[in-house]
Design a protein around this ligand. Structure first.
Ligand SMILES: NC(=O)c1ccc[n+]([C@@H]2O[C@H](COP(=O)([O-])OP(=O)(O)OC[C@H]3O[C@@H](n4cnc5c(N)ncnc54)[C@H](OP(=O)(O)O)[C@@H]3O)[C@@H](O)[C@H]2O)c1
Length: 237
């Protein structure tokens, strides 16, 4: 089902991060009517089409307040996310839970609060910003939470189809944003390219957008043996 982006009214979490700002910019450039830009601080914008909302995705009541205010939303983008570096096998469980609270339960809370809004507005669309790490387990708790979000996205797609909501998952490898600023990666996506791929895919009615070659190659490898995905598992002689 193709999605009309021009004239859309979007709600974006983590709206002032690298991808969030880019989603806002490109949606408005493509004719979006309004963006409810949700972040923890409710940072103001000079653009009258951008309505700041104070939303901490770990606080369900703040999401519910946003859903009450943003009753005209027909596009929800679950974009807020945090990451960690330590291996899951030694990670402090309080941090593991925090990663799940933001990256998984926060996104589920947003869907539970906003699905009725989307239904009232004709169905609309939901985009979950997942990751190559939904499939690549090298990022510990972050990978686990993004894998859970991948699964939840597939559930939402089936569950919300009867109300006419199109659900799309976005998958990408390392991208130049504040989230990755401390990483030493030679090649990173440009956030503008990722968002262009996402919005083009949404307009076409894609169920998934894999934004770069590395992500496409990793997903293609899932049907093969696990040690082909993780060469470090190869036996040493
Ligand atoms: N960059 C990459 O390489 C990459 C790759 C794959 C997937 N992703 C995913 O892309 C999404 C956007 O990330 P990004 O790269 O744009 O990172 P970013 O610049 O750090 O943006 C993340 C945003 O999430 C917000 N956020 C964090 N905790 C929150 C909470 N409890 N409630 C509401 N908002 C919260 C942050 O707000 P504050 O700044 O106010 O804390 C920030 O605006 C994330 O889901 C990330 O996992 C990124």
């Amino acid at each position: 089902m193709s999605v009309e982006i021009d004239d859309s009214t979007a709600f974006i979490t983590g709206a002032n991060g690298g991808l969030g700002l880019e989603f806002t910019r490109q949606l408005l450039e493509r004719g979006g009517r309004r963006v409810y830009a949700a972040d923890v601080a409710g940072r103001p914008s000079e653009d009258p089409r951008v309505v700041p909302l104070e939303v901490d995705v770990t606080d369900r009541s703040s999401i519910a307040r946003a859903a009450a205010v943003a009753g005209d939303v027909d596009l929800v983008i679950n974009n807020a996310g945090i990451t960690v570096r330590e291996p899951l096998s030694v990670q402090d469980l309080a941090i593991v839970r925090r990663i799940f609270d933001v990256n998984f339960f926060g996104a589920v809370d947003v869907v539970q609060e906003f699905a009725p809004v989307l239904a009232r507005n004709g169905g609309g669309a939901l985009v979950d910003v997942c990751s190559i790490m939904s499939w690549n387990a090298r990022s510990g708790a972050y990978s686990a939470a993004k894998a859970a979000l991948w699964s939840a996205t597939n559930s939402f797609r089936i569950e919300l189809a009867p109300q006419g909501t199109h659900v799309m998952g976005l998958y990408l490898t390392y991208t130049r944003t504040p989230l990755t600023v401390a990483l030493d990666q030679s090649r990173m996506n440009d956030p503008a390219d990722v968002v262009t791929a996402a919005l083009d895919g949404l307009a076409r009615g894609d169920h998934e957008v894999l934004a770069d070659d590395e992500t496409r190659a990793f997903k293609a490898g899932l049907s093969g043996p696990v040690d082909a995905l993780y060469p470090e598992l190869a036996p040493t002689v």
